[in-house]
Design a protein around this ligand. Sequence first.
Ligand code: FPP
Length: 235
Amino acid sequence: MGTENICKHIAIIMDGNGRWAKKRGMPRTFGHKKGAENVIKITRAMKESGVKYLTLYAFSTENWQRSKDEVDALMQLLNEYLDKEMKEIMENNVRIIFIGEKYMLSKDIQEKMDSLEKESAQNSDLTLCIALSYGSRQEIIAAVQNIAKDVQDGKLSLSDISIENFAERLYTKDVPDPDILIRTSGEQRISNYLLWQLAYTELFFTDTLWPDFNSDELNGIIDTFKSRERRYGKN
Ligand code: FPP
């Protein structure tokens, strides 16, 4: 009590692009384009707020089931953003990392992701973690397979499996757990996002659609978080 909570890491489920476009009589892909523009604005705002890690849900494993047209449009948008905007973000001392099932993405996109990760590895103002083709249950199963193999090979005993050495096998091994989760657009679900990592995270749901989510609302959430009394570890 009496001490302010420090917010190191914010995770966001960027929802509502489709509805934002529909309200304007525009195709869903127009909403994604606006949503992608907002990624840049919010990343800048995070840097200014002193947040050190930002994890964005850009494409889930479930999103592969959307119409081919929409998946193609999203991939094209991502491809363009990896070329232009991400480069600019990176030049602002932002480290970029990707989590998810990379092998599901096109070779072209995978190569761009790898080179952005490598080129930005030494940047230190903010780590921008982009969840692409990401599903948390899949991530947990992969970690279970990995740890089971070590047990099978005699490298680890069953009783030595711990929270720490399990977490080291997740995509997020280099990232602290989120302090805040924000989901936009009024939905109140976790949708297979960071299930392990959100164990003690404070949850914030807003009706604002992602393209309209701005730095004022973001800073309001950070302020609320700072003043909340966290009972972390007590209940
Ligand atoms: C949810 O809106 C959003 C997505 C499925 C994709 C998020 C992608 C972006 C913001 C753009 C690309 C990202 C980067 C990092 C450049 P929805 O389509 O589910 O909206 P709806 O619920 O209103 O239909």
